[in-house]
Structures are given as C-alpha cells and as structure tokens.
Ligand binder design. Sequence first.
Ligand SMILES: Cc1cc2nc3c(=O)[nH]c(=O)nc-3n(C[C@H](O)[C@H](O)[C@H](O)COP(=O)(O)O)c2cc1C
Ligand code: SF4
Length: 397
Amino acid sequence: MFENKIEKILTKHWSEIDPLKIRDYLAVGGYSALKKFIKKSNREKILEEIKFSKLSGRGGAGFPTGMKWEMVMSQEKKEKYFICNLDESEPGVYKDRTLAENNPHLLLEGIIVSALVVGAKKSYIYLNGNYEKANNILAQAIKQAQENGFLGEKILDSDYSLQLEIFSGAGAYICGEETALINSIEGNRGEPKLRPPYPAESGLLGMPTVVNNAETIANIPWIVLNGGKRYANCSTKLFILGGAVKKRGVFEASIKTTIKEAIENLGGGILDGKDFWFAQVGGASGRLFLKEELNVPVSGSGAVLVVDKNANIYDLLLSWAGFFRRESCGKCVPCREGTFRLNEIAQRLRDGEISDRDKIAVEDILWTLENTTFCPLGKFAATAWRDAVEKLKIFSK
Ligand SMILES: Cc1cc2nc3c(=O)[nH]c(=O)nc-3n(C[C@H](O)[C@H](O)[C@H](O)COP(=O)(O)O)c2cc1C
Ligand code: SF4
C-alpha cells in the first residue's frame, strides 16, 4: 500500500490540536518561529531564507514569494500592508478554509512573521464571507494571540507592533484577484485594476502591499525554524481530491505529486465500477487532462476533480459557463458579453437545441475570452470549454 512519505508541514498537527485553544498550538511548539524572529530581529536574514526555500505562491499563479516580499521591502514608503488572501471562491477549492479551520494559529503565526518581515504594521485576512466557521475560529484565534502578546502593540515586549483584522468579502470570485481584493477592502467596487503598478509598489491605499495566499503563508513558520534550503528539498502542497475517487478531501503531499499519483495514491484510485474519462485540475478554471496526460505535476490551486464516463458533459459545460457568467464583474465587454453568450449556448447544448451557428459562435467567443479580456477571469472562463471542444470533441459527437 502507498505511504505518503513526507514530512508534513501544513497538516502535521491537525488531529492533535483543538483549533479553539491556543495552548494546544503552544504545546506543539507553536509561535516558536515568531519568538525566533523577535529574538534575532533580522528581517534580511528571513528574506534570504524565503528566497532559498523557493517558496512559490499557492494561490494559483506560483509567483516566487521571496521576490514579492523583496519588492515591498525595497520600497521607501514607511506605511506597508500585508494581506492574507482567503477568498477562495472557486467551486471545488476549499484547502485554505480547511487549513484555517484546523490550525488557525499556524496561519496567524505565518501572517505575523510575514507582515513584520516585510515591514507592515497593519494586516488583513480577506476572508470569503460564506466561511462562517473559519471566521469564528480565526476571530477567536486573533483574540488569543493578542492576549498572549503575539499580536498588537509591542509584540513579546519588542519594538514590533502589528494590527490584524478580518475583512469579510461577499464571496465574489473576482475578489480573490489581488487588485479587486484591494479595491474591496478600500470600499470600492470589487473589480480588478490595471497593472502595473503592482500591489508591491502601489497597493492598499496606494502603499506597498504584499498579498499572499493563506497556504503560502502557512509555510513561513516552518521555513523560519528549519531553513530555506531544507524546505526547498521537501516542499509540500495541499491537494483537493473530488469526483469519482475513493477518498475525497484535502491531502498534503510532495509538491511534485503528479495528477496520476494524486488520483491513485491520495484519492485511493477511481471508484469501483467507474471508468475514468478526464480530470479537471485547478477548479472551474482548470484544464482537462485525459488518461494519457496524467504524468505531470498538479498545477494551480491543487484541486483534482475526477470525471468518469457516465458523467453528463453538457451539465458540466453549463455549470462552468453559469459560474463564470455569474462571477464576471462586468467591467469589460468581452467577458461580460462572452460569458453571457456562452451560458446561453450551454443551455441550448444541454437541451439538445444546438445549431451549427452556435458551434461557430463558440469558437469566436472562446477566442475573444482567451485574447481580449481585461483580467484572467475571462481567460479562465474559456479554459475548460476549450479543452472540451478540442480534447473531448463535444461537437463531433
Ligand atoms: C479571478 C481570480 C481569482 C483569484 N482568486 C484567488 C483566491 O481565491 N485566493 C488566492 O490566494 N489567490 C487568488 N487569485 C490570485 C491572486 O490574484 C494572487 O496572485 C494571490 O493571492 C497571490 O498570493 P500567492 O503569491 O501567495 O499565491 C486569483 C486570481 C484571479 C485572476
Ligand atoms: S475579464 Fe471579466 S472579471 Fe475581469 S475585468 Fe473583465 S469583466 Fe471583470
């Protein structure tokens, strides 16, 4: 039987600790990374370790974390912000919520150390408004961290201070995009801004801002304690297995895990009596992989949805199109109109009323979404449809 032989970094204490009790986290060595940082007070050294670690963003784009922090640290402006992105509004993706619900103090410790290293005095957790349980757990954890001197004024009697606030979003998918997220915290409409300037240069209230994904941040305490070089050799990641597999849920495994290994080893293989058709990797915006394409590492948000041959592809196409039509923020015409029209065609396709004109229109709409939209959400709307047309040959049936 397969053994997931890794040193767990993110999920290690999930079964041992009560997330509502800071003493449980302290009992397993919690807040040691913060204590180490406060004692040595060497921000440049920690930055160097993060760069050695080759930690890359777990929010989907995989941007090197050390490089992002360095950009903010090199800015002369005194006011800086640190934001933990816990919007996670993509269907089938729930790793950050699971992380926050199971070990909130690991996330808080990561946020505190990261914010202090980049030079922020104010930080936010941008939390999906539908995540009520995570909200309650995180609010309680913040209170406990303050009571224990890990957060607030003069942290552990040092000269460092940090405020941390939960900002509850409305669960809009676009608000996970960092510039839309910043607009939302500022009280503006949740829609993306033109980049550059990037948030590292001009983010929240025009100040240098780091936006990092919750899972990215949860790795920081381990790197501070164990060193970046070690991390580079044993990086892990959270994977979310769903659909026609024997075991569904969130699993921690090597970052190099391939789609095939994720399905067979983490998910326990395909359900008995089911025949594998394809896997969608990365949530509703993810590509589709056929049987012969599974020997590549899982990319993006780490979600793997296994679809078997009994699935109704027309229902799936409609659910993807409907999601992006609802979530298009409406700022640019190609996405606002494109997602609307794709959804209309998806309805006709499901009802067996598709015309040759519709088939030609799909090609036009996909091209427009892929090439002309203001932000990546438009491209995301086309990804699974493109693969359904080209790999699953939905129009040749
Ligand atoms: C439409 C859209 C939705 C996104 N949603 C999320 C999200 O829910 N969580 C997240 O961490 N990043 C999300 N991102 C990526 C963020 O813009 C940003 O790259 C990320 O938070 C940076 O953190 P990282 O470098 O630690 O990954 C989204 C991007 C786009 C274009
Ligand atoms: S691509 Fe879609 S989500 Fe992005 S700005 Fe345009 S309308 Fe808004």
